[in-house]
Design a protein around this ligand. Structure first.
Ligand code: SAH
Length: 363
């Protein structure tokens, strides 16, 4: 069977090529993109500026395929979370965080995560696979549909953060293509400042990102010395702080001194001392930086406690006194396990899945 063409896996260029191969006008791509991303319509019958014959042909040859919602939850603070099925084995999570002046969608880039940071529940599940472009952009499309943005012609999702499940820089090509669709004027038309990629510090990925596209960059730092960071973010053994900060410097140079946001999860007695704060000021002195302090969100089996409010405030004050702009992130959606680091979806880790497959064959 021929693989069916999925329009959600294509950017404008790929769609234009697709139509050219069909001996159709390339601007058909623009028409389709507007139907999908501006009107929220994927029903060929409604695409009235395309001839009936062509619509019929497209209906046979193509699809608009995205993840399917399995459950929807709403927090008492208005945060919404979707559990989305991507295949028989795996589900991912997407979170919408409404605020007074904006609405942020937190999107997943992988089913599970291979990095296994010790304070993050996603990593505890293991890793299954990278998400396709349609599975990434589909989260934004679906959230817009479910929130009623297309129908109301109102932009409820003003910002996107690649801060859900997974490490986006380990799924580089698909994440970049999805972010391009978010920014494209025939796509979601979001400004580059409002699309943020967050990484645990994949150094070659940061360099590649600087050369490839323009979005906001966030780096999950969590510690300002290698001893502590090795324990919290094991990828630090491969890309230690000196290399990570050098990559950040190269990145901002290339990006006209764009500020990088550094995320720092506050863990009681682990990384929250006055000394830690001073070390942080020190390593950030080499790049235009702002800091997001994230109160630790516990999950079943987690070995850490969140720092006290007083400690977090003191930590923030030290950074601020040294001229580092620092914001403490509000915890949102924790009653529905939608807060940072609480997204688990339903992931069958690859290793486990293989074992299961093996057992099955033996039966
Ligand atoms: N892999 C990427 C994207 C995930 S972003 C990255 O590491 O940046 C998710 C953010 O939430 C990261 O800053 C992560 O470090 C943070 N986080 C993970 N677990 C958390 C927890 N239990 N409490 C608070 N923040 C957490």
């Amino acid at each position: 069977m021929n693989p069916v063409t999925n329009f959600f896996d294509m950017n404008q260029h790929a769609m234009r090529e697709f139509f050219t191969r069909m001996e159709e006008k390339p601007y058909r791509a623009d028409q389709i993109m507007k139907w999908i991303y501006h009107q929220g319509i994927t029903d060929f019958d409604k695409m009235t500026d395309i001839s009936k014959d062509l619509r019929q042909h497209l209906a046979e040859q193509t699809t608009f395929s995205i993840p399917t919602p399995v459950s929807r939850q709403t927090s008492r603070d208005g945060t919404r979370k979707w559990l989305l099925r991507i295949d028989e084995l795996n589900c991912i999570e997407t979170v919408f965080i409404p605020e007074k002046d904006r609405g942020t969608l937190c999107i997943s880039s992988q089913a599970g995560c291979p990095l296994n940071c010790s304070f993050c529940s996603t990593g505890k599940q293991g890793f299954n696979r990278n998400l396709s472009v349609s599975e990434i952009i589909g989260q934004l499309w679906l959230a817009n549909l479910e929130l009623g943005s297309f129908q109301q012609r109102q932009r409820l999702i003003t910002n996107v953060v690649m801060m859900g499940m997974g490490e986006p820089l380990l799924n580089f090509d698909n994440v970049v293509m999805a972010m391009e669709l978010m920014k494209h004027d025939l796509g979601f038309n979001l400004s580059q400042k409002r699309v943020t990629l967050s990484t645990a510090g994949i150094v070659p990925g940061i360099d590649r990102l600087a050369e490839t596209t323009r979005v906001s960059l966030a780096v999950s730092l969590h510690a300002a010395n290698d001893d502590t960071r090795n324990k919290l973010v094991p990828i630090n053994r491969r890309y230690p702080l000196s290399e990570l900060m050098a990559a950040c410097q190269r990145y901002t140079k290339r990006r006209d001194n764009d500020t990088i946001t550094f995320e720092y999860v506050m863990l009681d007695g682990i990384n929250d001392s006055e000394r830690d704060a001073r070390q942080l000021v020190n390593i950030l002195s080499t790049v235009p930086a702002k800091v997001n302090l994230i109160p630790f969100n516990p999950f079943p089996g987690s070995q850490y406690k969140c720092s006290s409010k007083q400690t977090i405030d003191q930590f923030r004050d030290i950074l601020m006194q040294h001229g580092v702009i620092t914001i403490t992130r509000k915890t949102r959606g924790d009653d529905i396990d939608a807060a940072c680091g609480q997204l688990v979806g339903q992931v069958i880790a690859r290793a486990r899945r293989l074992q299961q497959g093996h057992a099955f064959q033996q039966q």
